[in-house]
Design a protein around this ligand. Structure first.
Ligand code: ATP
Ligand code: MG
Length: 501
């Protein structure tokens, strides 16, 4: 690939692009230019149209107006193949690899552009692997994909793009399941791709990433391009936030103090898979406790042990003074303990079912199928949460599968928040959720705590645990290594505790 310096003329130009779905104007005459040699950030609320735009680029979504130009030449992408041939690659958040196949087999999956003529598959794989190697990522082509981390899997998708010599590479929230080390590695590679003169689009909800990586940033709201900031350096966070949500939020966390009561949940020497030593801690009524750590520190595993989703080898749980044994999540929920898992999508979306059904598929009712469903109450709960979390949907009857990623998350989260539960174990509750809705979710968590509930927030987002928790516990390599009240928490200290010694 010839190296190019960033030039003012955009390589990729979207001109007045409009995309309609039944009853939804997902993109409303959006124009956007992306230059070679730049990382162009794309931000905006859940449902703003970011993923839709990427799907226009990849030929998945058809447009009902506007044009798409590459180096000044108009393109018609009626198939994904056409887009690949034109040199466009999209790295979706949900990766499309087959776990049972090897890296090499996965690299060759999907239609290769016909312009390659007869394929020399070996040469193609070799090229992808050596390109990745050159960028600092060593991957064994004969390894089965199921043995790779999410970060490495993403690298294979990038390898695919490189193999096809893509000039435009778009990433859709690529770091949401990556560890901080993997994120660093990804950033290194994206910077290298940029230096090589590729045009990069980077969709994210994380402002830190925009500041770390992007040259320019465009904000979408309700299917429209609101603004493109030409210089990320020096752009004020408050300005970016208010541009995204259409109002100013001075303090996303809006922490509120409250009275904290007696011990509600006491975990005593709980030991099981994913932990390196027995875990003991207690949480009080009305308390919000953050669990900070790197991805893989054992936090999710500990939550699953408490919840009865994984069988402990030893230890016990005392809930409101009485000793409990949860043989299954059903037991836990009945006793008033619920886990909203990290992998919400895999855990519980019925894509063709409606928003309302998904929201009301509460674990309690789910577990007791003979309960009479109260449809009026369900409808009220649905309307309530659609408003509270600003869930962008036509109505409660819309199939959840047609909602944007973040809005699906909000529905699943509501399912748990609406539950009558004493102890909420929330694993990465705000992943993929925009800054405005996050602020509303924090408000709901304070509300739960004020009503005497106990909330545990597992999060890899340092600012989040510091912002919302009354107390922060830190885990590292399968054990609890820190327990700090809010007044003593500093970012430096949390990171120091969380990093492997
Ligand atoms: N296949 C579809 N059918 C109907 N509506 C759709 C479909 N795909 C997207 N939409 C709608 O288009 C709008 C934009 O969705 P999109 O996925 O582009 O949002 P997004 O900006 O990527 O949001 P998020 O941050 O939550 O990922 C939403 O209102 C969504 O419900
Ligand atoms: Mg999206």
């Amino acid at each position: 690939m010839d190296t190019a310096v960033a030039t003012a003329a955009p390589y990729l130009l979207l001109d007045n692009i409009t995309v309609r779905f039944p009853g939804v104007l997902a993109l409303d005459s959006v124009s956007l230019g992306v230059r070679t040699g730049e990382v162009h950030g794309l931000m905006g609320e859940n449902g703003a149209g970011k993923s839709t735009l990427l799907k226009v680029l990849s030929g998945v979504n058809s447009t009902s107006g506007g044009s798409l130009l590459l180096a000044g030449v108009e393109q018609q992408f009626t198939t994904t193949k056409a887009a690949i041939e034109a040199g466009i690659a999209i790295i979706y958040q949900e990766l499309h690899l087959v776990p049972e196949l090897t890296v090499a087999e996965n690299l060759l999956l999907g239609a290769m552009p016909s312009r390659f003529g007869v394929l020399d598959e070996k040469a193609l794989v070799k090229r992808a692997i050596s390109e990745l190697d050159r960028l600092g990522e060593k991957i064994d082509p004969n390894m089965q994909v199921k043995h790779l981390s999410i970060g490495q899997r993403q690298m294979i998708e990038i390898g695919k793009a490189l193999m096809r010599n893509a000039r435009v590479i778009a990433f859709d929230e690529p770091t949401s399941s990556l560890s901080s080390r993997e994120t660093e590695q990804l950033f290194k590679i994206i910077r290298a791709l940029k230096e090589e003169g590729r045009a990069i689009i980077y969709v994210t909800h994380r402002m830190d990433e925009v500041y770390a990586l992007c040259d320019r940033v465009t904000v979408f709201r309700d299917g429209r391009r609101i603004e493109t900031f030409e210089e990320v350096d020096g752009l004020e966070r408050d300005r970016l936030i208010s541009c995204m949500v259409g109002r100013s939020i001075h303090d996303v966390y809006g922490y509120r103090t409250r009275d904290i009561g007696d011990v509600q949940l006491d975990v005593q020497g709980l030991m099981g898979p994913g932990l390196s030593e027995p875990a003991s801690f207690s949480v009080r009524k009305g308390e919000i406790v953050g669990f900070f750590g790197l991805v893989g520190a054992g936090r999710s595993e500990l939550m699953k042990l408490i919840y009865g989703a994984v069988k402990p080898v030893s230890g016990q749980i005392v809930l409101k003074g009485s000793r409990r044994k949860f043989r299954s999540p059903r037991d836990a929920v009945r006793a008033g303990v619920a886990l909203c898992p990290e992998d919400r999508k895999q855990e519980g979306i019925v894509a063709i079912a409606s928003v309302s059904d998904n929201l009301n598929m509460s674990c309690r009712r789910h577990f007791s199928p003979f309960n009479v469903l109260n449809s009026r109450k369900e409808a009220a709960t649905t309307t309530d949460y659609i408003t509270k979390l600003a869930i962008k949907t036509r109505s409660g009857n819309t199939p959840i599968g047609t909602l944007s990623g973040g809005n699906q998350q909000k529905v699943i989260l509501s399912r748990w928040l609406a539950e009558d539960i004493d102890v909420f174990l929330m694993d990465e509750p705000t992943r993929g959720i925009d800054v405005g809705a996050r602020s509303e979710i924090y408000g709901l968590l304070y509300g739960l705590a004020e009503a005497g509930r106990t909330v545990i927030v597992v999060s890899s987002d340092l600012a989040e645990v510091i912002g919302v928790a009354d107390r922060v516990m830190v885990m590292r390599e399968g054990k609890i290594v820190g327990n700090l009240p809010k007044a003593q928490v500093t970012p430096d200290q949390l990171i120091k505790l969380a990093l492997p010694s």
